[in-house]
Design a protein around this ligand. Structure first.
Ligand code: PPS
Length: 570
């Protein structure tokens, strides 16, 4: 099927205004209602404005969104597998009338673009999850994002670009689609195969890319994603330093490295098609799709969301109209007898296959264990060890949650003292009452305020963890989604263990140390957790402690043993 986009030769849709207009519009834009773009929206808008998402001309309209969700095509028939929408909260959406222009600002308040709002709608998120990601399962990062972070209303409309989102890191490695296309032209690279990754690259990846480039006789573009990847992934700073080491091992003039500021959705097959379209916009002719491309891992039943080669199959379905060719690859494994890497389907009987999975690799880093040279280059491993020291050298957050009077503060205090006695770590205690005095004195106990309080605690704990300290937090933290948010914020930076102080409501109320339960029963204190406000019991805490059966000393000991078992203290 020949599409309108292809009929135009698939040209780049760059949405920036010229300099003269920018100055004029900037003045006007200051008076408009403005929306502060989220991190994901900043990633999206960068690729919308620079043509990486051509042929899109703005955040999707409702019709395009429906058509993409249900049939992977824009209304005009062009293949496009992923919704790219501007999600906002209800109160902002209510301020806007259709036809209004709004200013879209980055984290520093700079106006990046003006959007003329042509559409506003409340999406059916269940349908979006089912259709786009194949399952309404919150263990899928994009589904979790959709329900826990994305706003409830979507706005759509065309964009006028005023400024480029700023990046201060790795500037030499950042190219717009037009810049990369120009480079390819200048270098005489008429065939370019792109490799997408969100992980550090090791020898297996290098071998795979070598083979792919040889197979189609093309130059190679290593284009790792540095926008947003799967929560818990290795940060892009460390990864890019690894790629810089690795790229030196390719023959000169054959390979280049360029960073892609994409926010991945981990959408497997649909995402593979999306990645391919983006790479076509960057001037590539071929795109490598390996095993489990952009896979989100396991679902809540412990099964893979997508089959390992679903992405390749979907790519094949659209191969006539994609405008970029897939180079499919099987997983590469190391054959000991041959001392080389081979695709897993080419292994002969009797050959010894060695492989270190991503999980095993992370474990070896965490435990400070050996990582063999056949697996990775020593410079790459050194980089990763610098960023991911063995667990007992990492920062850590110990997050208590439980009802008022359950014993959180007492156990936290006992633990603090025992850890201080050990003496080799700096420790901060963020107790519920203390935080409310110093960090959150203006907040009450509505759901919104409680969440804000926990987010603040999470933020401080994440900073402590990042710097190698131990943060002990002891708030009630009654909401599961906020606790998960804190976990997701901290795990990329160090350890996180959640401890449910599971003392029952009856016992807490009976103890009533502060006399609050009595006041809550009388209605003097409103929104009191357990009495007139909810407490969502943790589903999978690392530890659960009921203070009816153990003393504070015993509870603290149990935690110390747990920390030792997990490798966080030695
Ligand atoms: S939350 O939900 O996590 O923000 O709560 P938190 O900041 O941990 O609460 C700290 C202490 O506030 C007292 N307090 C209340 N708790 C629950 N509900 C209501 N309405 C309320 N009003 C005051 C209570 O003593 C909490 O301390 P702990 O140490 O948990 O008993």
């Amino acid at each position: 099927m020949q599409t309108e986009y292809q009929a135009h030769g698939g040209e780049l849709k760059q949405l920036y205004l010229n300099d003269e207009l920018v100055e004029k519009e900037k003045e006007q834009a200051k008076k408009l209602a403005s929306w502060d773009l989220t991190h994901r929206q900043i990633c999206d808008i960068e690729l919308l404005l620079n043509g990486g998402f051509s042929p899109l001309e703005g955040f999707m309209t409702e019709k395009d969104y429906d058509s993409v969700v249900n049939g992977m095509r824009l209304v005009n028939g062009v293949l496009w597998p992923m919704p790219v929408t501007l999600d906002v909260d209800q109160s902002f959406a209510e301020k806007i009338s259709l036809g209004d222009e709004i200013a879209l600002r980055d984290e520093e308040g700079v106006i990046i673009a003006i959007m003329q709002v042509s559409d506003r709608w409340t999406p059916d998120k269940n349908l979006e999850a089912e259709k786009v990601f194949g399952a309404n399962d919150h263990t899928h990062p994009a589904v979790s994002y959709l329900f826990n972070q994305a706003g409830e209303v979507y706005l759509g409309g065309k964009l006028k670009g005023l400024s480029r989102p700023s990046h201060y890191d790795f500037k030499m490695l950042r190219d717009t689609p037009a810049e990369l296309q120009d480079k390819f032209k200048k270098w005489g690279w008429s065939k370019v195969v792109a490799f997408q990754t969100r992980n550090p690259m090791h020898r297996a990846h290098q071998e795979l890319t070598f083979r792919a480039a040889k197979q189609v006789e093309a130059n190679l573009l290593i284009q790792p994603v540095v926008g947003m990847t799967k929560p818990g992934d290795i940060d892009h700073f460390s990864r890019v330093r690894c790629y810089e080491h690795l790229v030196k091992n390719y023959p000169e003039q054959t390979t280049t490295l360029s960073l892609l500021p994409l926010a991945m959705r981990m959408g497997g097959p649909r995402e593979a098609v999306w990645h391919a379209i983006i790479r076509k916009n960057y001037g590539c002719t071929h795109f490598i799709v390996g095993r489990d491309h952009a896979g989100p891992g396991k679902n809540s039943q412990g099964e893979d969301f997508y089959g390992p080669y679903d992405a390749q199959n979907l790519m094949n379905e659209f191969k006539e109209e994609l405008g970029i060719e897939m180079v499919p690859f099987q997983m590469m494994v190391y054959v000991e007898e041959k001392a080389e890497y081979q695709p897993v389907d080419e292994i002969k009987e009797g050959e010894t296959v060695l492989n270190i999975s991503g999980t095993e690799f992370r474990l070896r880093l965490a435990e400070g264990l050996d990582i063999p040279d056949w697996f990775s280059y020593p410079e790459v491993v050194k980089e990763l060890r610098k960023r991911y020291p063995a667990r007992h050298k990492q920062g850590l957050t110990i997050f208590f949650t439980g009802l008022s009077g359950s014993g959180k503060s007492t156990i936290a205090n006992a633990l603090l003292n025992k850890l201080m006695e050990m003496g080799d770590r700096s420790i901060s205690l963020l107790d519920g009452d203390v935080v409310r005095k110093h960090l959150s004195s203006e907040l009450g106990f509505s759901k919104e305020h409680r969440n804000l309080n926990i987010q603040r605690i999470g933020y401080v704990a994440s900073e402590i963890t990042k710097h190698g300290g131990i943060a002990i937090c002891a708030p009630i933290a009654p909401y599961r989604s906020t606790r998960r948010e804190v976990r997701e914020m901290i795990t990329p930076l160090g350890g996180f263990i959640e401890i449910h102080v599971a003392t029952s409501l009856e016992v807490c109320e009976q103890r009533d140390r502060k006399g609050l339960y009595a006041m809550a029963r009388e209605g003097i204190i409103k929104e009191f957790t357990g009495i007139s406000d909810p407490y969502e019991v943790p589903e999978k805490p690392e530890l659960s402690i009921d203070t009816v059966n153990c003393t504070p000393d015993e509870a603290a000991q149990r935690i110390i043993l747990k920390l030792e078992g997990m490798g966080y203290i030695k």
